[in-house]
Ligand binder design. Structure first.
Ligand code: NAD
Length: 267
């Protein structure tokens, strides 16, 4: 599929941009003309992903090794990107992940890690980026944050209580930051992904014997897991001028509502 939006002249940061949904999002931004910074913990993995993106898109990618759970590292990421590219127009808070633990026995460390990775990280990066986003908005009319949440933050997932709570919190962080920063032209939205067939998810499904296709067919009207690119395109929409009057919202990209029925209505 060709580029859907035009981000020429814009600079986007994608945390967790070295794999999965983040990699797909960074790649789509590059295809659409943006310069992109990707952040993640492992420098070598980031550089390998960046090299692949440069080859497939011809775009400009900057890598910055960052642990988004650490406030000072988030601040350093923002400063490094401004030094490298001179500006920030778009921040995608994508780095995240779930720990599996039943609430009855979940260690406090597991709870804290879910909060740190999925919620603290967005606060740290957004707060550090805000002055630069505000400056970009003053120049161009708007700047954007998109937070990658999960349908677990809407409906909840048993065995992932900390993650579900953190992703729900991320949706509220989205609303409040949108309200506080909207007057300065900074829009903040979230995309809540459903069951997405990233390479890592597929490997985990194979390892645990989870039949994602059967589960999706039984749960979602579109009857299949989503692809990382399908989330990426929703993120690009939220970051684009096409969404210029949308802020504080969470867009679910999950193959449809999870409604249970009593009779077969399929004709
Ligand atoms: P993924 O594991 O491929 O991506 C997560 C990325 O975050 C990786 O690149 C990883 O290196 C990075 N990361 C992890 N810990 C980090 C840290 N401390 N500091 C910096 N970077 C760190 O998985 P994904 O599925 O692409 O997940 C991307 C986002 O989408 C996450 O926020 C996840 O919760 C969300 N999500 C995914 C699914 C799904 O089904 N795949 C569903 C709903 C939401």
């Amino acid at each position: 599929m060709g580029a859907t939006f035009d981000f020429t002249g814009k600079v986007a940061i994608v945390t967790g941009g070295g794999s999965g949904i983040g990699e797909a999002t960074a790649t789509e931004f590059l295809r659409s003309g943006a310069k992109v910074a990707i952040a993640g913990r492992k420098a070598d993995r980031l550089e390998a992903a960046a090299e692949k993106m440069r080859k497939t898109t011809g775009g400009e990618v900057f890598c910055c090794a960052t642990d988004v759970r650490v406030q000072e590292q988030c601040q350093a990421l923002i400063e490094a990107v401004v030094r490298h590219f001179g500006r920030i127009d778009i921040l995608i808070n994508n780095a995240g992940g779930a720990r599996h633990a039943a609430l009855r026995t979940a260690p406090v460390e597991s709870w804290r890690q879910d909060m740190a990775l999925n919620l603290d990280s967005a606060f740290f990066c957004s707060q550090a980026a805000y002055p630069h986003l505000k400056a970009a908005a003053a120049e161009n009319g708007q700047a954007v944050i998109v937070n990658i949440s999960s349908m677990a933050g809407n409906g909840g997932t048993t065995g992932c209580g900390g993650y579900s709570a953190a992703k729900a919190g991320l949706q509220m962080f989205t609303r409040v930051s949108a309200a506080e920063w909207g007057p300065k032209g900074v829009r903040v939205n979230a995309v809540a992904a459903g069951m997405i067939a990233t390479p890592l998810a597929k490997a985990n499904w194979a390892k645990t014997g989870f039949d994602a296709n059967a589960s999706a067919a039984a749960t979602f009207p579109l009857r299949r897991p989503g692809e990382p690119e399908e989330v990426a395109r929703a993120v690009l929409f939220m970051a684009s001028d096409a969404a210029s009057y949308i802020t504080g919202e969470t867009l679910i990209v999950g193959g449809g509502p999870t409604i249970k029925g009593m009779i077969d209505t399929d004709d």
